[in-house]
Write a protein that binds this ligand. Structure first.
Ligand code: ARG
Ligand code: ZN
Length: 475
């Protein structure tokens, strides 16, 4: 089994496409805003959530509690019509705030039913409500938009967002792509519940997160409704569209499973998907109760995309997954989805854990021991890409899905396991998943938890394996 996920070849020339500023604001309003300058300071929401790797991702000044997304996609013309209703709460007085939206044309924005002024500035949709929103108040933003959604290209060269396929769209959003199909506070710091109402041509299916609330066909179109009630980061939302064979059942633990499989992948996917309930049960025994009510898989036929994504409750695969990939994306439901990173720099808390879950699964299912996997990696020479940078300090957004994050991240957990023993290691993993369930975690919190749970000083181990450049000496 390969311990590292397939990664698309980096295309370093690719940069985040920046739209030209769209002048949609009447001149008088724009002039007013410009004049507001210093006086407005302290009442405008920040244009980013403060993430050094993706400074414009997310926004300041408010928290989104719920997204209600109504989408209609024409697979032939690739046209998307969207309406997003965001229920938010201001964390400061807001005379102005941003949403993230890349491409598409916005036709109207209202804040608490009053028309709001708006303009585009790259990925920022800048909204000026008619009346300032008072600190601590709940408010509702409605954005009507349409156009041909296009993915962004991530710093590592991967397509991200709404990615058209030959029969619909593969919709993935890590780390930035959510903003290619809905206006969002696009950073994992802000987690929200979601409702989706997605209309597609009859014969196609639209698959999102959480539980299905039903579907209706009329006039050659089918509308699918989905609901995710547990907090979800925008990057984990999906609305994948295509021709799918659907399979539904409930596990003995009461988890509602919904699998959507492109018929071209059905034969290869079947033996692996059959194992989903036992994989989830195995992971639940190890990590604690499964954090969601729904589960499943979306197996698309778009192998050029080159990656899978742990979309909440229902991972998205670009082709039939192997068992390692299924175990990996399933483990992310605990590590990444339920417990989310606060900054992208901490991505090893997602990828190192999901990779180590693969090692543990292999070890307990007749494959290599984790020690053997560790040893094979450790044998790589000092110049290998595995040692190119430390997992908890990848340096930039270009490196967040690189081998050091996945494989050396998993090696760090293996070193932790060896230092504290199996029993405490599992206690640490469970306490992490349980203690931060539905929320966030940081590397510093994980280190503290590991030390508290084991009663051992582990600072040196983590310092070496997570933060020190180059190949570590073996302890
Ligand atoms: N989190 C995904 C996984 O480990 C990988 C996403 C890669 N995304 C990207 N833009 N390179 O399965
Ligand atoms: Zn992963």
């Amino acid at each position: 089994m390969t311990p590292v996920r397939r990664q698309p070849a980096p295309a370093r020339s690719a940069v985040l496409r920046r739209e030209a500023v769209l002048a949609t604001v009447p001149v008088a309003v724009a002039a007013l805003l410009a004049a507001a300058g210093p006086a407005a300071a302290g009442t405008t929401g920040a244009s980013g959530a403060g993430d050094p790797y993706f400074p414009l991702s997310g926004n300041g000044g408010y928290h989104v509690g719920h997204y209600d997304l109504t989408l209609r996609y024409d697979t032939a013309t690739r046209h998307l019509d969207g309406k997003a209703v965001l229920t938010a709460r201001a964390t400061q007085r807001l005379t102005r705030f941003d949403l993230d939206l890349h491409g598409l044309k916005v036709t109207s924005v209202t804040v608490d039913r009053a028309a709001a002024a708006f303009r585009r500035d790259g990925q920022e949709l800048v909204v000026t409500p008619r009346h300032a929103v008072r600190a601590g108040r709940a408010f509702r933003v409605t954005v009507a938009y349409h156009g041909t959604p296009k993915p962004v290209t991530d710093p590592d060269g991967s397509p991200d967002g709404w990615i058209p396929t030959d029969d619909g769209a593969f919709v993935a959003g890590e780390p930035q792509g959510a903003m290619t199909w809905f206006p969002a506070n696009n950073h994992p710091r802000d987690k929200s519940s979601y409702d989706f109402t997605i209309t597609v041509p009859e014969g196609r299916a639209a698959v999102a997160n959480g539980v299905p609330l039903g579907q209706r066909t009329a006039h050659g179109r089918t509308t699918f409704r989905w609901r995710e009630t547990r907090p979800m980061a925008a990057y984990l939302a999906t609305a994948t569209i295509g021709r799918f064979k659907v399979e539904r059942y409930t596990t003995p633990d009461g988890i509602q499973v919904y699998n959507a499989v492109d018929p071209r992948e059905a034969r290869a996917a079947a033996p692996v998907l059959k194992k989903l309930p036992s994989v989830l049960a195995w992971e639940s025994r190890l990590f604690g109760p499964y954090p969601f009510r729904a589960a499943g898989a979306i197996v698309d036929h778009a192998p050029d995309i080159g990656y899978a994504l742990e979309t909440q409750t229902r991972p998205l695969y670009d082709s039939a997954p192997d068992i390692g990939t299924l175990v990996h994306e399933s483990a992310h439901q605990w590590f990444g989805d339920s417990v989310s990173p606060t900054v992208w720099k901490d991505i090893w808390l997602n990828e190192g854990f999901a990779t180590y879950a693969e090692w543990l699964y292999a070890e307990q299912h007749g494959g290599d021991s984790a020690q053997k996997t560790f040893d094979a990696l450790y044998a790589r020479p000092a110049g290998d890409e595995l040692w190119a940078y430390p997992p908890a300090d990848p340096g930039s957004g270009e490196n967040i899905f690189g081998t050091p994050v996945y494989a050396r991240g998993a090696m760090t957990l293996h070193q932790l396991r060896r230092a504290v023993g199996d029993r405490d290691f599992v206690r640490i993993l469970r306490a992490w998943a349980t203690g931060h369930r539905g929320g966030h975690g940081t590397t510093a919190q994980f280190v503290r938890l590991a030390e508290q749970t084991s009663g051992k000083p582990l600072h040196g181990l983590f310092h070496t394996w997570l933060y020190t450049k180059g190949k570590p000496d073996k302890a």
